[in-house]
Design a protein around this ligand. Structure first.
Ligand SMILES: Cc1cc2nc3c(=O)[nH]c(=O)nc-3n(C[C@H](O)[C@H](O)[C@H](O)COP(=O)(O)OP(=O)(O)OC[C@H]3O[C@@H](n4cnc5c(N)ncnc54)[C@H](O)[C@@H]3O)c2cc1C
Length: 435
């Protein structure tokens, strides 16, 4: 759009650092606006990645990317809801189905991230982005009228690449956040996660196969997602206290934690682990600021809240789409100063805000008394399920917004009543968030 030479492999309108869901989405929407875009991705794809359970709000983004049908043809497990098993305080088993809404469907997918991310990156390339795999961006420098990057190829050799605008989609590496901004851990969410892939598991026939299954256990919680190719992902999120008290290997800790769930243990009788046990620690943080002159951060590079409600990939892709809109407008105005991108930053923070109270309260026993309770009527959970399906991110209608606020106010009032009941019965009311 600014007339960069289409043959020049070292000058682009926009460079995207990272080819995960955020980077691929941004790149596709950017090239659609006539911009010359390069994506530099450090790894050789396909590569293993955590984050396999998507929200219904993801599906309209696939439609807008123009790749939904092709994605479905890769073979995906349909996810219609979430089932929570309480194996800690024994409240029972609770299933919520996603509601069908005028602007999003009532289902989503469980995806193997290696092939899902590869598919999206191919789609960005097919749309016209120049994609360089196994190329690491090692440094960025602001010149008066461009950003200059150092890019190192895995085969060797470093080159300088110039760009008008830089998009940081480097995920948890937070490439720019650590260079230009501040990375702040979210208080009390210093958790540790261990996870792996399995085959030959026994899937519980009483639960819809595609449902995300969450297990509440004394050390934290576990997930179990089933894929269309017959393999399964099982992982746990542990309180930091549990991990600090340990000295053995992560494999031994993982096996020990899985063994605390009778249901998971039964499912794994004939199973074979087909991946390494992968650890991730202290994954909740925010980057401030996440925009500046000639740059924006998207996806995990802008911040990550907590995996409990499977919001990560949706927020990554939606932020990629919003950033592409903001960059397109900046090109049309020939103005790349930070103030151009503040509206993007604000929209992202506002859209993410509805998830936060749930993540904070998930570790409170009275929240679980209300949400997981067998006696809770469907209407009480409905506003919560709206938020957790991603429907609240783009909430701009006044009436819907009032309805949602009213519904959530009632829900949290009942949470408070449960707290009083626990307290009068002498049961613990302490949150497990800071454990
Ligand atoms: C324990 C756990 C469980 C989770 N479960 C879920 C879930 O069920 N559902 C869900 O939606 N989300 C989940 N998430 C979150 C999800 O994994 C992320 O939010 C999502 O992957 C973010 O996508 P992204 O594109 O921003 O980053 P990523 O997918 O991490 O992609 C970033 C890419 O940037 C590349 N890169 C990094 N630095 C450089 C560099 N300097 N140069 C070039 N390339 C670089 C990396 O190689 C990587 O491929 C979970 C997260 C955790 C920690």
């Amino acid at each position: 759009m600014l007339g960069t030479n289409p043959r020049d492999e070292n000058a682009y309108d926009v460079v995207v650092v990272g080819g995960g869901p955020a980077g691929s989405t941004a790149a596709t929407f950017l090239v659609r606006q006539g911009l010359r875009v390069a994506v530099f991705e450090r790894e050789a794809f396909p590569r293993f990645h955590v984050g396999e359970s998507l929200l219904p709000a993801n599906l309209p983004i696939f439609d807008r990317l123009g790749c939904h049908q092709a994605l479905q043809q890769t073979g995906l497990m349909e996810k219609r809801g979430v089932t929570i098993f309480d194996e800690y305080e024994h409240r029972g088993t609770m299933t919520v189905q996603f509601p069908r809404l005028p602007f999003q469907p009532d289902s989503s997918y469980q995806v193997v991230r290696a092939s899902f991310d590869d598919f999206l990156l191919h789609h960005a390339a097919a749309s016209g982005a120049s994609v360089y795999r196994q190329h690491t961006v090692t440094a960025a420098r602001h010149d008066p009228d461009q950003v200059v990057l150092q890019v190192t190829a895995a085969q060797g050799g470093t080159r300088e690449v110039r760009t008008q605008v830089l998009v940081d989609a480097s995920g948890r590496s937070t490439f720019l956040g650590t260079q230009f901004g501040r990375r702040e851990p979210l208080p009390d969410l210093g958790k540790v996660s261990l996870f792996a892939h399995f085959r030959n598991v026994r899937r519980d026939p009483t639960i819809p196969e595609g449902n995300a299954r969450l297990y509440l256990i004394p050390q934290g919680w576990m997930w179990w997602f089933s894929f269309a190719d017959g393999t399964d992902s099982i992982g746990c999120v542990l309180h930091a206290q549990v991990v600090k008290a340990r000295t053995g290997s992560i494999e031994a800790l993982f096996d020990e934690v899985l063994a605390t769930s009778p249901r998971v243990t039964a499912g794994l009788v004939d199973a074979e682990r087909i991946s390494l046990v992968q650890p991730v620690a202290n994954f909740s943080y925010r980057i401030t600021p996440c925009v500046g002159d000639r740059y924006l951060a998207i996806g995990d590079a802008a911040g990550f809240i907590d995996p409990i409600f499977s919001t990560g990939v949706y927020l990554a892709m939606r932020s990629g789409e919003l950033a592409a809109d903001a960059i397109g407008e900046a090109f049309r105005a020939h103005d790349f100063r930070a103030h151009r991108f503040h509206a993007y930053d604000k929209y992202l923070r506002r859209g993410t805000a509805p998830f936060l109270p749930f993540i904070e309260r998930f570790y409170d026993p009275e929240f679980l008394d209300t949400f997981v309770s067998q006696r809770a009527p469907t209407w009480l959970r409905l506003p919560v399920v709206w938020v957790l399906s991603g429907a609240a991110f783009d909430y701009r209608s006044l009436w819907r917004s009032l309805w949602l606020r009213f519904g959530l106010a009632i829900f949290f009032a009942i949470v408070h009543i449960h707290k009083v009941i626990r307290w009068t019965k002498g049961r613990t009311v302490a949150s497990r968030r800071s454990w």
